[in-house]
Structure formats: C-alpha cells, structure tokens
Design a protein around this ligand. Structure first.
Ligand SMILES: [Zn+2]
Length: 103
C-alpha cells in the first residue's frame, strides 16, 4: 500500500484521542505507515536532567499517527477527501471529491 500523504499536507484526524483535530504533516514514515502531524497526538515526555533527578522537565511532543487515522484535507474543496492517482506512473494525486489535482 502506497502512502498518499505527503509532508506539508493538511490532515484531519478521523480516529483516536485527537479525532476532529486538524494539522499539518511534518514528517512521513512510509515503513511504519505513520505520519507526524503538528500539534496532534501530543504526549508529555519527561526529560530527566542528569544531575537533578528531582527536577523533571515536561515537554509536549508529537507522536506519529497511523495513516488510517487521518485524511488529507483537499486544498480546493477544503474537505477531507480520499486521494487517487490517475495512473500508476503518474505521481500526481487528485481529490476524489472535487476531481482537482492536489500536487
Ligand atoms: Zn477536493
């Protein structure tokens, strides 16, 4: 299965804890079928400081989401849409809702 999501796409989260949130894709991990979306799926991570174990800093970091949990928002019709490819050789993606090319 080929990933149709690309870096800088805007996506809508359709499942999980952050369902309904929108964000920009900041990284794609094709091997894991996961995408990292800005400000979505934040987890607090404790950063231990070497000398001061008592003093923990908490930072919120994004955790990658599975691609089945997000849909790309079409830049033309502004709706979450399934993307298609016109043919195998063509790398251009198009929106199946409005039919316009996305790339
Ligand atoms: Zn569209």
């Amino acid at each position: 299965m080929k990933i149709k999501i690309k870096k800088d796409d805007n996506v809508l989260v359709i499942a999980g804890r952050d369902k309904g949130k929108k964000g920009k894709v900041i990284a794609v991990y094709p091997e894991a079928n996961r995408v990292l979306v800005a400000n979505v799926n934040l987890r607090k991570k404790a950063i231990r400081q070497q000398d001061q174990m008592m003093d923990k800093n908490f930072a919120e970091r994004e955790v990658p989401l599975h691609i089945s949990n997000v849909m790309v928002i079409c830049p033309h019709c502004k709706k979450p849409a399934r993307l298609g490819r016109r043919n195998e050789e063509d790398h251009k993606r198009y929106c199946r809702k409005c039919g316009k090319d996305i790339d």
